[in-house]
Design a protein around this ligand. Structure first.
Ligand code: FMN
Ligand code: SF4
Length: 517
């Protein structure tokens, strides 16, 4: 029963997007007007629901559900009080029950089920929304069965390479060592991606729980979150959540009175794209300059400080509590083909409604761009999308009916990657985009192998000659040759995949390279 004398809960996101749009000023305004008018409220700082065009989205708990108002500006606050918004009163910014908004309602929110809903700092609120049920079940299981549950769910790495999580965990589980580690890759360097950030800011305990389950499953007692230094709000949220988990006995020497140990720390990244590549990340975590290591040995056998190490992306690990709580069959019921479960898709670039959409694999690009994204913000036709970050291929309109599925994308020479989609309208210059991809590689290359270190610099020069119409045919041939050398001769996917955006731009938009009209 609700307590009619309890203060009204007002949610104002502390997510980086909402903060950038003035959420802090709104909190101050709400607190000050409430005090002045004697309205009894409690402000809770939640994450974002992922509908960025509505941020800052203020929510009020009413008997009819959580009523949203947005996008709110600090100047709107007195009028919102005049309208009785703390009781869900009518106002031009009133959106109705947030859970019923079309964009939100049609999603499959499994991993993001609590993001924007709970207080990220509260273990109590986390548990009230199903948190720690997965770990409790894991603690009652034999370690090998936890690994099997993850394998049976079909969960594949969400960081980009889509490697089956269960196989990686089994390798670490089966390797005998005095010390093993769980490392979370929270470097999130891909352009147009922000799902890791949103999860860490909005529901950090699900990552903490997922890492603890991984530790119990493979026999690791120490975890590290390698967080990009550009995420100060996620850093604060993680530090608070980890401290709360320790205080509540969910981390430490005796996890939930099980006699099992799991300790967890956050380490800040070095600010380089290549430090997101797992072996560079390990070097960086060990205090060295982040440079790609030769494989084998695999990190699962010889990883951090030479010990067996599970390295997984934030979303991979944060998906695990749901799998343990609801079972492998429940999770793998979502999706298509070998792409099981859901993917938090990030819509960015020239779209009317950018944000985060969690859907089962199988949704088409067109649905995402138009039904969710609302088409281009400029109102012009969408000409191309880049999926999967700066190393992802550019896809033309003729490929917009492709379903989100790792294999379907691979067949087109594209990749789903971390699920970031950046849209461009028909004013985009695809030669410029191709040049940007090469230049990005030249700037971010770790320098260990020649095809990437030298090839990317030469690539920029070749594209510049094509743009200036210097010996165009010969330089186009040279570009093709250079891309093949990078693709097949590079040590890691940085140099190996840079040709994808370059050659897809040339293949699908030859007119921008002056070759065909
Ligand atoms: C150049 C480069 C950058 C990468 N950056 C990231 C990153 O920022 N975050 C991430 O999770 N994976 C990144 N990866 C993928 C990781 O190497 C690795 O596959 C991942 O951490 C494994 O976790 P997962 O299996 O859960 O995806 C990158 C790979 C390459 C080649
Ligand atoms: S491909 Fe580039 S980033 Fe990867 S090892 Fe070679 S030089 Fe380093």
């Amino acid at each position: 029963m609700s307590d009619r004398f309890a203060p009204t809960k007002v949610y104002v996101p502390r997510d980086a997007t909402a903060l950038a749009l003035g959420a802090e000023a709104i909190v101050n305004a709400i607190a000050s007007v409430a005090k002045h008018r004697g309205v009894d409220i409690e402000i809770v700082r939640n994450g974002s629901r992922g509908m960025f065009w509505l941020e800052p989205l203020v929510e009020v708990v009413t008997p009819a559900g959580r009523i949203g108002y947005g996008p709110v500006k600090a100047d709107d606050v007195p009028a919102l009080f005049d309208a009785g918004f703390t009781a869900g009163g009518a106002h031009a910014l009133r959106l109705g029950a947030v859970d019923d908004l079309e964009y939100f309602k049609r999603q499959d929110r499994l991993t993001f089920g609590r993001v924007g809903v709970v207080d990220p700092a509260s273990v109590e609120d986390y548990m009230a929304h199903g948190g720690y049920r997965g770990l409790q079940r894991a603690l009652s299981m034999v370690a090998g069965d936890i690994v099997k549950e993850v394998a049976d769910s079909g969960l594949r790495g969400r960081g980009g390479a889509a490697f089956p999580a269960g196989i990686k965990w089994k390798t670490v589980h089966d390797t005998i060592a005095a010390q093993k580690y769980i490392v979370c890759n929270a470097d999130e360097g891909d352009s147009g991606t922000f799902s890791d950030r949103m999860l860490m800011e909005g529901d950090p305990l699900s990552l903490v729980e997922g890492m603890t389950i991984a530790g119990i499953a493979v026999g690791a007692t120490q975890g590290y979150i390698y967080l990009r230094s550009e995420y100060p709000h996620a850093h604060r949220a993680l530090r608070t959540a980890i401290a709360a988990a320790y205080a509540a006995g969910w981390l430490g020497a005796n996890v939930h009175d099980s006699g099992r140990r799991f300790d967890l720390e956050v380490r800040l990244g070095a600010g380089a794209y290549i430090c997101g590549e797992e072996t560079s990340l390990l070097d960086s975590l060990e205090g060295k300059r982040g440079q790609v290591r030769f494989k084998p040995p695999l990190p699962a056998i010889k990883g951090l400080f030479g010990q067996p190490t599970v390295i997984n992306n934030v979303i991979t690990l944060a998906s695990v509590p749901t799998i343990l709580d609801r079972g492998a069959v429940f999770y793998q019921d979502y999706g298509v083909g070998r792409s099981r479960g859901t993917l938090p898709i990030q819509l960015a670039g020239n779209l009317r409604r950018t944000g985060l959409v969690e859907k089962a694999f199988g949704v088409t690009l067109r649905e995402l761009l138009y039904d969710y994204g609302g088409g281009s913000l400029s109102g012009r036709p969408i000409r191309a999308v880049q999926v999967g970050g700066p190393l992802g291929a550019y896809m033309p309109e003729s490929q917009f009916d492709t379903v989100l599925d790792y294999e379907a994308f691979a067949k087109l020479g594209a990749m789903v990657g971390h699920g970031g989609i950046v849209a461009f309208d028909d004013t985009v210059d695809m030669l410029e985009q191709a040049r940007y991809a090469m230049e990005f590689c030249a700037i971010e290359s770790c320098g260990k192998c020649t095809p990437c270190r030298i090839g990317s610099t030469r690539g920029v020069e070749v594209i510049d000659r094509i743009r200036s119409n210097v010996d165009r045919d010969r330089n186009l041939e040279l570009l093709d040759d250079l891309c093949n050398t990078m693709r097949y001769g590079s040590l890691c996917a940085m140099g190996g995949l840079t040709p994808d955006p370059v050659m897809s731009a040339l293949k699908h938009f030859p007119e921008d390279f002056g070759t065909r009209q």
